[in-house]
Design a binder for this molecule. Structure first.
Ligand code: SAH
Length: 257
C-alpha cells in the first residue's frame, strides 16, 4: 500500500540530502524514490547518508522532467516552505498523510514533491500539484533541510497508515507486558487485604479504632486507583505480615534465609 506513495525530489544539489531522504523513507516504510535531474547521482555521499537504505537509492528512478516523475499519479502534493502569491489549497503534514492514504485506498497513486535546497519548487511546478503542503515551522525560520522535510511527511504517512491498519504506535515494553501478563486482583482478595491492612495499622499504633478518621476509606480510594495485580497484592500482604511480626518484637526473617 505504501509503495503507491512516491517521494519526488526535484533538482537536488546535495547528494547527502538524497541519501538522508532515502533513509527517512525507509525508516517509515516508504520505498519509491524518484529523482528529477539530480545534480550528482549516484554518489558515495548519498550512499553514506542513506546508511542501510541503499536499496532505495539503487531502485530510485532518475528522470529528466517533473512530468515524467508524476506519470500514473492521480494525487500530487507539493511541499513549500514559503507562502506563495497565488492562493492554493493548503494542507498540513497530518492532513497530507490522511489524504494520501485515503487516495491510495481508492486505488490511486500519490506523489509527494520536494523542491531544491536553494530555491524550492517554482510556481509552475507548484501549480502542477493539487495541494500545497506546509510544515508549520517558525515563520522567522521556516525552511527545513530537505531530508528533514521528507522525514516529517514520511512520519505522518506512517502514523496515518498505522492507524488505518489498526496497528499499535507503541512498542510493547517489558513492564507493560509484565503488567498485562499479571492477573488482576479480585475484589474479595482486596477485601482480605484491607482487613489485613487495617489490623496491621492498629497493631503498629497508626490507626486508633476509636478514632479512625476515614483512614481506611482514604486508603481504599488510593489502592482503588492503582489497579493492583495479584502478584503485587502478594508483595503487599508479605510486607504487612513482616510489619506485624516486627511490631510483636519477633526477629526479622529475610526472604532468602
Ligand atoms: N529556500 C527554499 C527552501 C527550500 S528547502 C524556499 O524558500 O522554498 C528544500 C525543500 O524542503 C522545499 O522545497 C520543500 O520541499 C521542503 N521544505 C523545507 N521546509 C519546508 C516547510 N516548512 N514546509 C514544507 N516543505 C518544506
Amino acid at each position: 500500500m505504501l509503495d503507491r506513495i512516491r517521494v519526488v525530489l526535484v533538482n537536488t544539489s546535495h547528494p547527502g540530502n538524497i541519501g538522508g531522504a532515502a533513509r527517512a523513507m525507509k525508516n517509515m516504510g516508504l520505498s519509491r524514490l524518484v529523482l528529477v535531474q539530480p545534480e550528482e547521482f549516484p554518489s558515495g555521499e548519498a550512499n553514506a547518508r542513506a546508511s542501510g537504505a541503499t536499496d532505495i537509492l539503487e531502485a530510485a528512478q532518475v528522470v529528466e522532467t517533473l512530468e515524467e516523475a508524476l506519470v500514473g499519479c492521480s494525487l500530487v502534493l507539493g511541499t513549500s516552505a514559503r507562502d506563495r502569491r497565488i492562493p492554493w489549497p493548503l494542507l498540513d503534514p497530518r492532513e497530507c498523510a490522511q489524504h494520501s492514504l485515503e487516495h491510495v485506498e481508492l486505488g490511486g497513486e500519490v506523489a509527494l514533491v520536494f523542491g531544491r535546497e536553494y530555491a524550492g519548487l517554482t510556481n509552475e511546478e507548484l501549480q502542477r500539484c493539487q495541494f500545497h503542503v506546509h510544515i508549520p515551522s517558525d515563520p522567522e525560520f521556516s525552511s527545513l533541510n530537505l531530508a528533514t522535510a521528507v522525514q516529517v511527511l514520511s512520519y505522518e504517512v506512517r502514523m496515518a497508515w498505522l492507524a488505518q491498519q489498526g496497528r499499535p504506535t507503541k512498542m510493547a515494553k517489558l513492564e507493560t507486558t509484565a503488567m498485562l501478563d499479571s492477573v488482576p486482583v479480585t475484589s474479595d482478595d482486596l477485601e482480605l487485604y484491607y482487613g489485613h491492612l487495617e489490623q496491621t495499622l492498629i497493631d503498629i499504633g497508626f490507626l486508633d479504632p476509636e478514632k479512625p478518621r476515614h483512614l481506611m476509606s482514604r486508603l481504599r480510594r488510593l489502592y482503588g486507583r492503582s489497579g493492583i495485580s495479584k502478584l503485587e497484592m502478594n508483595i503487599l500482604r508479605g510486607i504487612l505480615t513482616e510489619t506485624q511480626k516486627a511490631a510483636r518484637g519477633e526477629s526479622h526473617k529475610r526472604r532468602d534465609d
